[in-house]
Design a protein around this ligand. Structure first.
Ligand code: DGL
Length: 276
């Protein structure tokens, strides 16, 4: 038994679906969530900047003596698989490998598409991880730079014409490729599931990186007897680093089914460049 909280971070609201999925699986855990809203998007940043961000965010969460960290960010998970280690003193989990495993389980034809940020796609890490497990897989990768900022700005409804148009813009090649499975390799894309399903049709399964990682982390804590001994429901504390807290609170409400405003605090984390 381990009563310490679990830490989760992302560039903004994208990790909230993953944190919500963790909450569903682990009702008694305390969760500390950091949404680095003041420095989003991460998707176009250099590897050096991402290293600095990953360290800074992990150190912030460790200051709460967390028992594990979920890097609920496909960009960091794919660009820096070396920062992710289940063996470290504080285990750090990424979302890429769980997403790839979920996609391989779901795919019948081996035609797998990956949608993620520019940096995550440029790393080639998703495609390599798929090929490492299934050498005959056919992989198509789609960088979708507008998706995360679009959802962060509140545009994610399938009925929003701008959303439908942007989904088409990036995923037309995926439709033509006839993938049977699409990896949502950026956690923000969870919010676009319905719009993507509308465009690609019901024949394409979606492997959600955040949800797959939440499942793995929950299993890891359970198997190692690291769950909280508490009987009452776990609490959540949310931190953001700038921008509009209202929108962040609205997103959190979707996944935690309550108003979180009283548990949301601004934290002044250093600019990533000066953290280098
Ligand atoms: N949600 C993050 C990811 O999974 C970051 C998106 C961004 O900030 O560009 O990649």
């Amino acid at each position: 038994m381990d009563n310490r909280p679990v830490g989760v971070f992302d560039s903004g609201s994208g990790g909230l679906p993953a944190a919500g999925a963790l909450r569903e699986r682990l009702p008694n855990e305390n969760i500390i969530y950091l949404g680095d809203t003041g420095h989003m998007p991460y998707g176009g940043r250099s590897k050096e900047e991402l290293i600095a961000i990953a360290r800074r965010n992990t150190d912030f969460l460790k200051s709460f003596s967390v028992k594990a960290v979920l890097v609920a960010c496909g960009t960091i998970s794919a660009s820096l698989p070396e920062v992710i280690s289940a063996d470290a003193e504080t285990p750090v989990f990424g979302v890429m490998y769980p997403a790839v495993k979920a996609a391989l389980r779901a795919s019948k034809t081996g035609r797998i598409a990956v949608a993620a940020t520019e940096r995550a796609i440029a790393s080639g890490a998703f495609a390599s991880a798929i090929k490492a497990e299934r050498a005959d897989a056919n992989v198509i990768s789609a960088a979708c730079p507008k998706f995360a900022p679009m959802t962060e700005a509140g545009h994610f409804s399938k009925d929003d014409p701008f959303v439908a148009e942007t989904v088409r813009e990036y995923l037309q090649p995926v439709a033509e490729f006839k993938a049977d499975t699409l990896i949502l390799g950026c956690t923000h894309y969870s919010l676009l599931k319905d719009a993507i399903a509308d465009f690609l049709g019901p024949g394409v399964q979606q492997a959600d990186a955040g949800e797959a990682a939440a499942e793995e982390l929950a299993k890891f804590l359970r198997e190692r007897d690291m769950l909280s001994a508490r009987l009452e429901p776990g609490r959540e504390s949310f931190y953001h680093t700038g921008g509009g807290p209202e929108l962040f609170a609205n997103f959190a409400e979707i996944f935690f089914k309550r108003n979180i405003t009283a548990d949301l605090e601004y934290i002044d984390l250093p600019q990533t460049r000066s953290a280098l």
